[in-house]
Write a protein that binds this ligand. Sequence first.
Ligand code: FAD
Length: 235
Amino acid sequence: MTLIACTIDAIEPLTPTVNRVLLTPTTPISYQSGQYLQLCLTAEDKRPFSIASHAGSKQIELHIGASVADNFSSQALAHLQQLFAAKQPVLAEIGLGDAQLRTDSKRPLILLAGGTGFSYIYSIAQTLAKQNIQRPVFAYWGVRDVEALYHHPEMQQWASTNQLYQFIPVIQHSTPEWQGRTGLVHQAVLDDFASLAEYDIYIAGPFAMAGVVRDAFLQQGAKRENMFCDAFAYI
Ligand SMILES: Cc1cc2nc3c(=O)[nH]c(=O)nc-3n(C[C@H](O)[C@H](O)[C@H](O)COP(=O)(O)OP(=O)(O)OC[C@H]3O[C@@H](n4cnc5c(N)ncnc54)[C@H](O)[C@@H]3O)c2cc1C
């Protein structure tokens, strides 16, 4: 895969532990919604991050971080901040993965994100809306605390554009003020759908979540060939 130099346009906080990074590739690139890129920290150290922007966007948006600060994202962010301060580009491999949106399917969609896995479903949700795709879409986003729902208004706005679209945020550690769904996000899906057999299911989140979701969803009738999740290749 070719390495592309990308200008770093901005690094800005979305939450105390998650940052939005905007990149512009210096040569024309193409990617599909739901794909990821790898940031090259060194020739050997490449780290995957989902592309949050919709297919066709010239600027690439990333959401980098985790609810509990970890080396995976903090080292990548430190690398980007260093290059940004020095006005240097970052090298990336762009358009990776096999969990991109399938637009040829007619099945309804379940989008399932845990934490910064949101980046992945945000790209898909935007592309569905931009292409005016008329299929029922259930977008679930699970986070530990309500403060981590950094794009809540954007997703509510997305859902308001089409009667077929639903956005369901799920808070793991709820507060008395929170009126919505609580618990683990995949459990909310299991509670809402007696059978998952007829759905295309797109999944991103922590590795531990991906394994739990794969097993639980298969048990509830999901078809493996209609489940899309690049983390499956890592677990
Ligand atoms: C292809 C690929 C793309 C990636 N893209 C990104 C990216 O864009 N940005 C990034 O920062 N990192 C990315 N990563 C790395 C990694 O996936 C993230 O660091 C991780 O998802 C961060 O999770 P979190 O701390 O935000 O979630 P957490 O806060 O740990 O979890 C959020 C929610 O997920 C659910 N959940 C978590 N653990 C479990 C479990 N064990 N069982 C059931 N449910 C659970 C719960 O509902 C929980 O509230 C990527 C990795 C790969 C392989």
